[in-house]
Ligand binder design. Structure first.
Ligand code: UDP
Length: 249
């Protein structure tokens, strides 16, 4: 969110956005669970032009040992954007942004995982962004909770996330890259639909109170949709697996 002024028209006079969506329309979202053989759990997600792969390991003994918590497991997320994931080559390795995103995703996941079941353990979540087009922290978190469920790690619930923003003065759901770059505000949220608990909320830019409430309303409905897609990914994975293991008649 640069807040840059530009001649680009992000929302036209009919309320249609540059990728043809209406204000409250989400980009297409597809999630597949259990895509990696050598991780304990995994998920692959495509959300508009975003492509994200997530792998989970654990619970496993936490190293170095001084990081162990004798009462519960720690959750360590590493969010990483690959060099070729963005149009200007991204310098490999962690930077301020990826360290921040890793931290907020770890905290959101720590809230839902029954960490007290696994003292001294670490649950490691690797998020690799293969292609980015805005909203990758939400895409990463959405994929991560599916991968954790795929790893069989007990959780209170899945964590769906989505970004809402403001472009050309309109509140719009699920910002694309142009809206993120040239829009007026970006509000990524993660919410458990069942309880309404908010596990992540960040705000870049400005919204009035009324706009904020509209954004939250859009976000809440979108999280419900994302949640259904997450559950569907897990159901698909495990119904296929149980069919495979059924005894032939
Ligand atoms: N981006 C980029 N290079 C970077 C970081 C970000 O091109 O080093 C792009 C990428 O498409 C990303 C978008 O800017 O999705 C918005 O980044 P932001 O920090 O708002 O996080 P996100 O919306 O991905 O959660």
């Amino acid at each position: 969110m640069s807040g840059m002024t530009t001649d680009i028209e992000l929302v036209n006079k009919d309320g249609i956005r540059i990728d043809g969506r209406t204000a409250e329309e989400m980009r297409p979202l597809r999630i597949e669970a259990g895509v990696l053989n050598n991780a304990d759990g995994s998920a692959y997600l495509e959300w508009g032009k975003n492509k994200v792969l997530c792998a989970v390991y654990g619970p496993r003994e936490c190293h170095p040992r001084h990081m162990q918590n004798p009462t519960k497991a720690i959750v360590q997320c590493k969010y990483n954007m690959l060099s070729f994931s963005v149009s200007d080559r991204k310098r490999p390795g962690p930077d301020r942004r990826s360290i921040e995103i890793s931290k907020i995703i770890s905290e959101a996941l720590e809230y839902v995982i029954f960490t007290e079941n696994y003292p001294r353990a670490s649950i490691d979540v690797y998020i690799e962004v293969l292609q980015a087009n805005a909203g990758t922290r939400c895409a990463g978190l959405t994929a991560a909770s599916v991968a954790l469920a795929d790893a069989g790690i007990p959780m209170k619930d899945l964590v769906p996330a989505v970004a809402i923003g403001k472009a050309d003065g309109h509140i719009v759901l699920d910002l694309n890259k142009e809206e993120d770059n040239f829009g007026n505000a970006d509000l990524p949220i993660a919410m458990i639909p069942r309880t309404g608990e908010v596990l992540l909320m960040q705000m870049d830019g400005h919204m009035t109170m009324e706009e904020f409430n509209t954004a939250l309303e859009y976000g809440k409905k979108a999280c419900e949709k994302v949640y259904e897609i997450q559950k569907d990914a897990l159901k698909r994975k495990y119904s296929i697996q149980s069919e495979d293991t059924e005894e032939p008649e």
